[in-house]
Design a protein around this ligand. Structure first.
Ligand code: UD1
Length: 367
């Protein structure tokens, strides 16, 4: 069985790594090809992840880079079409909800190639999010829908997409459990001169949060105030770094890791970042994946968005959806600092999701 996986952005690399390994472990059954669209291209957003995750070099690199949504999506489609025609895979596998995911699913489906979507069925209900549009479109045309949790199954059951739904668990957590010993070994708190559980971590990259000066300034101020003297480490996405500079907000950042401000760093590699959040007392973020990772690590998470597509992390983990209003953000951080979260693993978040995906492919495509 020939499977071609398409990845483009940082969270995609984390999700495809265990799948690539599970497929490589059965060379008698699988031939796996990897395409990198080039949506993320900075060394710290891409190469560092391939190295940390022991991902094989991509067989094809499309080099699409940044651009408007239409430009990026179209560039992936144009680059991928000849690759799919040449490789003629049985299945194109896509992960997550980024523009590369949508572009690859559309291109494959229109060439008559089966599409498998890993992390299907997540819904925020917010159609102003590009990722929500991507998720709904990809699920509507996928042949196999691999889900992470029961709530995703319920969402798909309501929408009734024609694809086959199989709950396999969470491949992002496969990677986390695999990498945690190495990440802990880095001892990130000590490297930063911070006491374990004596600092917070902030990440921000959603357009809704970082493209508007007032919202971004309010968020930075509310996080700093909410942390109430606790040092906050802030590895900054290149888009956010650009906006902070353009909006004249660089004075909100600090270069002292021990002080009460927002200590700015470049984006970190996978292991460094995992080590950092594992040692944190609280994580404040607008990321999707971090809500899941903090659930498993037992680190309280304050989500700086009005909605989540991952409500299981609120129901079964220590995640709070704070919104972005300053007072609400400050209150949610205070609450998170007040309570401890326990490590929690929703059903099938056990490190074996990728193995289940390989098993499903073996069943559906008998040799
Ligand atoms: C993308 C995904 C988002 C995911 C995030 C993880 C979409 C619609 N969004 O958002 O779901 O959570 O990746 O990081 O696909 N940039 C660089 N270097 C890079 C990559 C980006 O400088 O290597 C800058 C560019 O200015 C670019 C901007 O970041 O225009 C946004 O990058 P893009 O890939 O469009 O979206 P992300 O915000 O990274």
């Amino acid at each position: 069985m020939r499977i071609l996986s398409v990845v483009g952005a940082r969270p995609n690399f984390v999700k495809v790594a265990p799948i690539a390994r599970a497929l490589a472990a059965r060379p008698d059954r699988f031939e796996h090809r990897l395409v990198h669209t080039g949506q993320h291209y900075d060394g710290r957003m891409s190469d560092a992840f391939f190295a940390d995750l022991n991902l094989p070099d991509p067989d094809y690199h499309l080099g699409v880079g940044s651009g408007s949504h239409a430009h990026q999506t179209a560039a992936v489609m144009l680059g991928l079409e000849p690759v799919l025609e040449a490789v003629a895979p049985d299945v194109v596998l896509v992960v997550g909800d980024v523009n590369s995911t949508l572009a690859a699913a559309l291109t494959a489906k229109k060439l008559g190639i089966a599409v498998a979507h890993v992390e299907a069925g997540l819904r925020s209900g917010d159609m102003t999010m590009p990722e929500e549009i991507n998720r709904r479109c990809v699920d509507a045309i996928s042949d196999i829908l691999f889900t992470t949790d029961r709530l995703a199954d319920e969402n798909l059951a309501r929408e009734n997409p024609p694809g086959r739904i199989v709950r396999v668990g969470n491949v992002m957590i496969d990677t986390l459990l695999d990498q945690l010993p190495a990440a802990s070994g880095l001892d990130m708190p000590t490297r930063l001169g911070l006491p374990a559980k004596g600092y917070g971590v902030l990440t921000l990259h959603r357009p809704a949060n970082v493209e508007n000066r007032d919202i971004l300034a309010d968020l930075l101020d509310a996080v700093r105030a909410g942390a109430d003297g606790l040092p906050v480490v802030f590895p900054i996405h290149p888009r956010t770094r650009g906006r902070i500079e353009a909006f004249g907000l660089a004075d909100r950042l600090s270069d002292d890791p021990h002080g009460p401000g927002l200590f700015a760093t470049e984006p970190l590699g996978y292991r460094e970042f995992l080590g950092l959040i594992h040692g944190a007392r609280v994580v404040m973020t607008d990321s999707g994946g971090l809500q899941e990772e903090t659930t498993v690590l037992g680190v309280p998470c304050v989500t700086l968005r009005e909605t989540t597509e991952r409500p299981i992390t609120v129901l079964e983990g220590g995640n709070r959806i704070a919104g972005v209003a300053p007072l609400a953000v400050r209150a949610a951080i205070a609450e998170a600092l007040d309570r401890r979260a326990e490590p929690r693993r929703p059903a099938l978040w056990d490190g074996h999701a990728a193995q289940r995906i390989a098993d499903v492919f073996c069943e559906l495509y008998p040799s």
